[in-house]
Each structure stands twice: as structure tokens, then as C-alpha cells.
Design a protein around this ligand. Sequence first.
Ligand SMILES: N[C@@H](CCC(=O)N[C@@H](CS)C(=O)NCC(=O)O)C(=O)O
Length: 199
Amino acid sequence: MLTLFHAPRSRSSAIVQLIDEMGVHGAVTIREVGISRQDGSGGADPQNPHPDGKVPFLTHDGVGMSELNAIALYLTEVFPQTGLGYAPGDPLRGPYLSWLAWYGNVLEPVLHFHFFQIDSPQLARTFRDFPTAMARIEAQLAQTPWLIGDRYSAADLLVVQIFLRFPALMPETGPVPDWVARCAGRPAAKRIAKEEAAG
Ligand SMILES: N[C@@H](CCC(=O)N[C@@H](CS)C(=O)NCC(=O)O)C(=O)O
């Protein structure tokens, strides 16, 4: 049995969208929990098994896992027939794993340094910086309609979240605005946005 611990208007919304994209609602129970919000509201929920009180958190037959990109990878492997991932043996699996890992290892940190205006040469040497991360996305989208080849995958779903959460960060020109519009225009993305806007 699969259970997703989810808080609306948070990173776990991307996993709810992934479940919708894959059409596997019946196979994953979604349990809403509270979390501490950036504005100081809310708080850790004793019903949430995440060790840090965060979301998303997924349990599979009682075994838990955290981290957005790991959960996305896991679900695309549990449901390979849904075509949102790339299976072992597929040459595009390498770029798929790279984009998922890069999202967590590089994009999230540089986004936060940029957003909170943390200007450190040491951090920039380690992670590079936000313009460099943007350039990587733009360079890929100049070559392919989606981050990996010619089909939408969980990598697009995850990486696009930064522009959906922080629209001001989206470049005005180049291939990114069109890609963001195509990602946001997917029926599952529209359903989540509508549900969350309705509260
Ligand atoms: N690295 C984690 C980050 C998860 C995270 O920070 N989630 C936020 C929601 S967007 C949260 O649960 N915050 C509550 C808290 O910090 O206590 C992941 O990728 O899943």
C-alpha cells in the first residue's frame, strides 16, 4: 500500500500532480498533514512520519521515504507503464536521473541562495549560481521540446516547479516561457492549480 503525506500549496503538490499525470489515484492514498509554513504559521503534524515534519513523504507497505525527486523517481518506477519516467536500459535514463538529481542537488540550493540574496563566492564555486542553472535549462530546451527528448516526464514536472512557485524568476525570452506554459497547461497541472486556488 502506498500513502503520500501531503500539504496543499507545498512541494508535495508536485507529487499529487504526478499521481494524477500517471492516472494512479486509486493506488496511492493521499493523506493531508499540516506543516510549518515560511510565514511562521502552521507546525509539524504528529500524523506526519517525515523525520523533519516535512512533505512530501511516501510510505510503501509501511516503509518510508523522503525527498521530492526520490519520490518522483520511485513512483515512476512503481508505475513504469505510465510513461512518465525512463526505465533501466533506456539510453535516456541517464539524462532522466541527472535532471532529477540536479533539481535537488543544484537547482534548489541556488534558487534559495538567489531568492534570499546570499552572495558567497564559496557557495557559487561549489554550486555555481542561478544564472548558470537557468542557462542549463535554456540550453537544453533550445535543443529539445522537453528536458529529455520529445516527451514530457517527471523531470519536466519537477524542474518547472521553480517557475510555477516563483513566476518572477522566469526569463521573458528564449525557450523557457513556452515550456513553462506547456507544463502548466497540462490537464493535471491545471486541476491541481484550480484545487489549490479554491483552498
Ligand atoms: N528536500 C526536501 C524539502 C522538503 C520541504 O522543505 N518541504 C516543505 C514544504 S514545500 C516543508 O515540508 N516544510 C515544512 C518545514 O520546513 O517544517 C524535499 O525535496 O522533499
